[in-house]
Structure formats: C-alpha cells, structure tokens
Design a protein around this ligand. Structure first.
Ligand code: DWN
Length: 419
C-alpha cells in the first residue's frame, strides 16, 4: 500500500539509475520484502489503520560500486512528519560527538569568526559544543521537533532540507563554512549528487567537510541487515564515496574507522587533493576484498536467511519453555529486524526506550508497545532482545539492576546469542 501525500504526489518511486553515477547497471542482491517505515512509530489511535509498506531491496552498481536501495520514499514522509529520532537520548553518541567537535576546534583553530555548519543537525547535540565556545554555528534539519529542540538549546537552526538551491542561497549570502558536519545524512538524501554539490558550495576553499556514515563492510561482515531501512538510501564503501566526491571537486583525504552504529567511517573531505594513507590503504583493501564487484555481496542474502531462522528458533524455543521476552531500543534497525524476522507480540511483550518521544507508541508493522526502560525492573521479563545492539555495552551497564534480578539479554547480530 502506498501513502499519498497531501498534495497527492506518489509516496515513493523505484529507481532505474544509480543514485551516484546514473548507470542503469544495477544488480539486486538482497530483497527484504515490503517493509513498514522504520521510524514511523505507531500511535495508539493509528493501530487499527493499515500501515504503509514499501519494497526494501538492495542493489549494487556495476559502474561506480555504490550499494543502494531501489525504492525512494518521499523525504517529507520519512523526516518532516513527526520524526521521532533525537540524537541526545544516547549518552555514548553525545560523548562521541563532543570529542569530534573539540578535535576540530584544535585542528582547525576555530574561534568566534569561524562558521561551523551541520547538515541534519537534529536537536543540536553536536553544534552545542561549538556554541559553548562562542564559535559561529548554523544547523540545518528538516525534522521540526528536533529543530525546535535545537533552537531552544541556543543552536540557530534552519528547519528545512539541505539542497543545492539552499546551498546557493547561503553561499550568495557569504555564509560559507570552515567546517561542515554531515553525520548520518549522506546516506539519507534522495538527491545524492545535489547534496554533495551543495556541500562544496557552502565550504570555504580551505575548509573541511567531516562526514560520518555507516560503512558497508561491517554490514556485510557482521550481517547487519537490520541497518537497512528506507531512510538509508545508500550503503557506502570508500571506493564509491571517493568517486562520488571527486565528481564534485571534493577529495576524500583522510578517514577514521568508528565503532558507532555498528561500524561507521568518519570522512575528512576537502576541496584540495591530499589523499593520505588512511584512504589509499582502505581503497587497496577494498580492491583486495573484491568490494568493487557484485560477487562480494552475493552471499549476504543467504546469511541473512540463516540469521532470521536462528533468531526465530531461539525466541520460539524460549517461549515454549514458558519464558517471557521483551526488547530494548525502539530503533529504526529494530523495526527492520522485527518485521523481517516476524517478531510480533506473540514473542515480545513490549519494547523499552529512553526516548520519551517514542514511549507510548508502537513498533512499526508489529504493534509492540514502547515503554520506558523502568518497565524491565518492574515487569522482569526473563529475556530482553537488544534491538539497539550497537549500544550493547552502554545499555547493559545501564540495566545492571535488571541483570542483578537474573535478566538476560539476547544480542541478535551477527548471530543470536544470550549474554
Ligand atoms: O541513520 C540513523 C541512525 C544513525 O540512527 C537514523 N536514521 C536513525 C537512527 O537509527 P536507529 O534508530 O537504529 O539508531 P540508534 O541510535 O541505534 O537507536 C537507538 C535507540 O535506543 C534510540 O531510540 C535510543 C535508544 N536508547 C535507549 O533507549 N537507551 C539508546 C541508548 C544508548 C540508551 O541507553
């Protein structure tokens, strides 16, 4: 079923050309079926209404090697309407972001005359670190709730989608940045080339864009199929990124490997070419692994099938033994997992999440209620399926009281295991 927007344009469209290079040589290697929108958490009043579902298939571009999903859901539906994700509900992410900002303040000698822009600035979680040091900032984010939260926190924020046209306007106003942050957004934009071209326009000639994005290598290595959802249009390799940036006069000069979100890259991209060994070495590693060919991705589908069967079998066995099961993390990845594996209220009684905007709502596609984390100690389920497995250490430390009561966690990827 597709959801028509108020102004009756189609809610989604299927691509026939690569999002980066425009090639029509796209090979689908993984099909997760028709899936609900991962961050469209269902309110009680909506439970009886049908949920929109869209195809979720992943393809490889034979020409530029970009991995990408084949359906583009209208961004207005994904992000501008009632988007529930607030970065500041993750202490680990806040610490990670603060370290990034402080490193750049030093590296780039930023001060009151500097300008730092963040694309997809969410609730001000990152830019607030610059505001505290009287460094000029500008946030840009289409999600109304997070943008208003950012403004209340003293972070000037434009509540809109960043486009080539917006970039032209900012550059014409002389608002060009010493640093542009773009964390977990490059993979989300439908106009990939327009976004990168716009990024170049607002970057000073001696500026740097610091971009974080999930890395497709750990996704394949650790079967992190649940990180595939309609918000994530692209799944980047360094090879594909390098070609994308060069197309717009930008150079990937340095990169860092990050553990966040199941394995990400922090990319340092500049208008000048000075490619370091962190990039040349990873490009060579990707060539050696064969990541520039479809064969590298071919067996992911069967490995996802194995994980799906093993996880379902584990949950059904625990239920047959009379055990109770809850889940932790109303994460977007959690929606893909419960819907692709078929985990409903017959298996999982409730999900808990610290994000108050998610509490009281229900997981997409399965109508599993979302409660506050205190419910784990109050209701004492025997097991908790960790949907936000990328924060496992932090969450299990935080839930020591539940574990002291005998509670156990189930980590679903790369293979289901009880800890
Ligand atoms: O690209 C995106 C990734 C990076 O973040 C966004 N499109 C959406 C989001 O995806 P996600 O929802 O899978 O991300 P998280 O950050 O892994 O979600 C974690 C969930 O767990 C959040 O809802 C917050 C919650 N949480 C919690 O309840 N207690 C997180 C921590 C660390 C906690 O202690």
């Amino acid at each position: 079923m597709t959801v028509a927007l108020a102004f009756s344009r189609p809610a989604s469209e299927t691509i026939t050309e690569c999002r980066s290079c425009g090639s029509d040589r796209l090979d689908v290697f993984l099909d997760l079926g028709d899936m609900p929108l991962a961050d469209r958490l269902v309110r009680t009043a909506e439970l009886s209404a049908p949920e929109p579902r869209f195809p979720l298939s992943v393809a490889f571009c034979e020409d530029c090697t970009l991995v990408q999903i084949t359906e583009t859901v209208d961004p207005e539906i994904l992000f501008a309407q009632d988007y529930p994700y607030y970065s500041s509900f993750s202490p680990a992410l806040l610490a990670h972001s603060r370290a990034n900002a402080l490193d750049l303040v030093e590296r780039r000698r930023l001060g009151p005359a500097s300008l730092v822009v963040e694309l997809a600035s969410n609730d001000g979680y990152l830019l607030k670190n610059y505001v505290e040091r009287d460094i000029g900032v500008l946030g840009i984010d289409p999600a109304t709730g997070p943008a208003e939260t950012a403004r209340r926190a003293g972070v000037p924020t434009l509540n809109l989608f960043f486009t080539r046209e917006i970039a032209r306007r900012l550059a014409a106003e002389g608002r060009r940045a010493d640093v542009v942050h773009a964390n977990n957004v490059l993979a989300h934009v439908a106009d990939t080339n327009g976004f990168v071209a716009g990024l170049r326009m607002i970057l000073k000639d001696d500026g740097v864009a610091v971009i974080e994005a999930p890395y497709v290598l750990p996704l394949v290595e650790h079967v992190e199929f649940d990180t595939i959802y309609h918000e994530h249009l692209c799944y980047f390799s360094v090879t594909a990124l390098d070609r994308l940036f060069r197309r717009h006069g930008l150079y990937l000069n340095e990169l860092k490997h990050l553990a966040i979100h199941g394995g990400s890259l922090r990319l340092y991209v500049e208008p000048v070419e000075r490619v370091g060994t962190s990039v040349s070495g990873q490009l060579a590693r990707e060539r050696a692994l064969g990541m520039d060919g479809i064969a590298f991705y071919r067996d992911l589908s069967s490995r996802v099938g194995t994980l799906k069967r093993d996880l379902a079998a584990l949950l059904y066995r625990l239920k047959a033994e009379g055990k109770s099961i809850a889940a932790y993390g109303a994460a977007a990845k959690g929606a893909t997992l419960v819907n692709h594996v078929g985990i409903g209220r017959d298996l999982v009684d409730f999900v808990v999440d610290r994000n108050i905007h998610k509490q009281g709502r229900h997981m997409p596609g399965q109508a599993i209620p979302i409660l506050a984390p205190e419910a784990l100690v109050e209701r004492r389920p025997d097991y908790v399926l960790l949907l936000a497995w990328n924060f496992a250490d932090e969450i299990m430390a935080q839930q020591q009281a539940y574990r002291d009561l005998g509670g156990r966690f189930i980590i679903p990827v790369p293979e289901p295991r009880i800890v």
